[in-house]
Design a protein around this ligand. Structure first.
Ligand SMILES: Cc1cc2nc3c(=O)[nH]c(=O)nc-3n(C[C@H](O)[C@H](O)[C@H](O)COP(=O)(O)OP(=O)(O)OC[C@H]3O[C@@H](n4cnc5c(N)ncnc54)[C@H](O)[C@@H]3O)c2cc1C
Length: 56
């Protein structure tokens, strides 16, 4: 995953809603998450996308 992006403390982990911009949900590559190769970036994108999708 690309380094940099939205800092994780700025995001609610169960809804992926920004703590700064209410109503804005973020997921996947836009988050400041680095994963090892081998599918963890896809897993992160799917899991955060699922959480955000359930919350909107
Ligand atoms: C070459 C390569 C190989 C990779 N291999 C692996 C791997 O083996 N395992 C792994 O876990 N991860 C891998 N990754 C990383 C993985 O692909 C990403 O972490 C993941 O796809 C991120 O998902 P995402 O939904 O956040 O972003 P993306 O998959 O980039 O999706 C973003 C989408 O938004 C669209 N978009 C952009 N701008 C706009 C706009 N203005 N309006 C509307 N739509 C827009 C784009 O067209 C795109 O469809 C690889 C990445 C690359 C580049």
């Amino acid at each position: 995953m690309t380094a940099g992006g939205v800092a994780l403390p700025e995001v609610g982990p169960s809804t992926m809603e920004s703590r700064i911009v209410k109503g804005l949900h973020v997921a996947g590559e836009i988050l400041d998450v680095d994963g090892p190769i081998g599918g963890f970036n896809f897993q992160s994108a799917f899991a955060t996308g699922h959480a955000a999708g359930l919350a909107v």
